[in-house]
Ligand binder design. Structure first.
Ligand SMILES: [Fe+2]
Ligand SMILES: [Fe+2]
Length: 381
């Protein structure tokens, strides 16, 4: 048995011990074989490391993942016995996006904006510098303007996932997701920009958390967990005297609160959580879940939707989470994909009751994934 950081988990590993959440409830049992969705669930619960059975033949941990020279895949290999085939001739959807000039331009602008943001934020935290919201918003707004429609921006953000940056690129992504999400909810331009600012500053309190704890690969003890869980309060204190709108301070304080009262630090519930914090919570979780891992590129969006569905929508504002996920799904309608049985098809319609299981047309066949629980979308083309 060996301890693994959550970031290094790959599908196929077997849990050597039960995985418990902060309330000491078992979320996964010993002996469970990890899948992409289960790894995301571990991550979603904020668990930083787990115990894994030693592999047969005393394989080294690196043996789980592809060798560094191998090309990345968007999906883990098909299970033994499955007849799924991957056609290397097709670049994946992510690969095509990443190869486009549009994406390269977006990434350059994103990198510059993130560097500047890092500088400004450090000044605010370390030297108590003044905070000018309109100056902070300038670059992310340019990014949005440059990339056209909401779905297009979303697509770019989804593919920006190879950062291991703990706070800055993450915050920038959450800011852009918040803006797109607020547009999908038909919020006013003023509120969209407010949502963007809330995203940029939501984790500012992490800059006050001891860096060695934030990056510690092993299991955190209770004191360390408590320290990390204080970052919303630290954030609120940093922003408190800067003459900012209440929503910005509230998003920093309340983005880990959950609609059903299961969050922290104040266990607020329902509408007592600021609406901008409720929106930020969804973008924050989405962003954390889709971060690239050592064995794959960005997670298939339908897989992400599935994790949200499995976790239950009661943790989030229902209107916000449904609008967000249905728009994420709609971004990929008319997109080609490969099903887990190897068939190639096109996503033609979303199922409102189960957004992770759309209808896929394969030749003359219409495959309603709602009626085929054994099948799933393996990869977008
Ligand atoms: Fe946070
Ligand atoms: Fe965050």
């Amino acid at each position: 048995m060996q301890k693994y950081s959550t970031f290094d988990l790959v599908p196929g590993m077997i849990l050597a011990e039960d995985v418990l959440n902060f309330d000491r409830q078992t979320i996964l049992s010993k002996g469970t074989e990890l899948t992409d969705v289960l790894i995301s669930r571990i991550e979603l619960n904020g668990i930083l490391s787990v115990f894994i059975e030693d592999a047969e033949n005393e394989e080294r941990p690196e043996d789980y993942g592809p060798a560094p020279s191998e090309p990345r895949r968007d999906v883990p290999p098909p299970p033994p016995g499955s007849n799924a085939e991957y056609a290397p001739a097709h670049p994946s959807y992510s690969e095509r996006i990443r190869a486009s000039q549009e994406f390269k331009d977006f990434k350059n602008k994103f990198d510059t904006a993130t560097e500047d943001f890092k500088f400004k934020l450090s000044e605010i935290v370390e030297q108590n510098a003044a905070l000018d919201p309109s100056e902070l918003l300038r670059q992310p707004l340019e990014l949005i303007e440059h990339s056209g429609s909401g779905s297009n921006t979303f697509d770019m953000i989804h593919n920006m996932r190879d950062y291991d940056d703990l706070t800055f690129a993450h915050s920038m992504n959450v800011a852009l997701l918040n803006y797109v999400s607020a547009s999908w909810l038909n919020w006013s331009e003023e509120d969209r920009e407010m949502a963007m600012l809330c995203g940029m500053l939501h984790d500012v309190g992490k800059l006050k958390v001891n860096h060695s704890i934030l990056t510690k690969p092993g299991k955190l003890d209770n004191v360390e967990y408590k320290h990390i869980q204080k970052h919303p309060i630290y954030g609120y204190k940093i922003l408190q005297d800067k003459g900012l709108d209440e929503h910005i301070k509230n998003a920093a304080l309340m983005h880990h609160e959950r609609y059903d009262g299961s969050g922290y630090p104040l266990q607020l519930s329902g509408e007592s959580i600021d609406k901008f914090a409720r929106l930020t919570a969804i973008s924050d979780v989405y962003e954390a879940m889709t971060a690239a891992r050592c064995y794959r590129g960005p997670m298939c969006p339908f897989r992400v939707i599935e994790v949200f569905e499995e976790e239950g929508f009661e943790k989030y504002d229902a209107e916000m989470v449904l609008t967000f996920l249905s728009n994420v799904g709609a971004t990929y309608v008319r997109n080609a994909c490969i099903l887990s049985d190897g068939r190639e098809g096109e996503i033609i319609m979303l199922n409102k009751e189960k957004l992770s299981r759309p209808v896929v047309q394969c030749g003359y066949d219409y495959v309603d994934l709602m009626r085929h629980p054994d099948l799933k979308i393996e990869k977008l083309l």
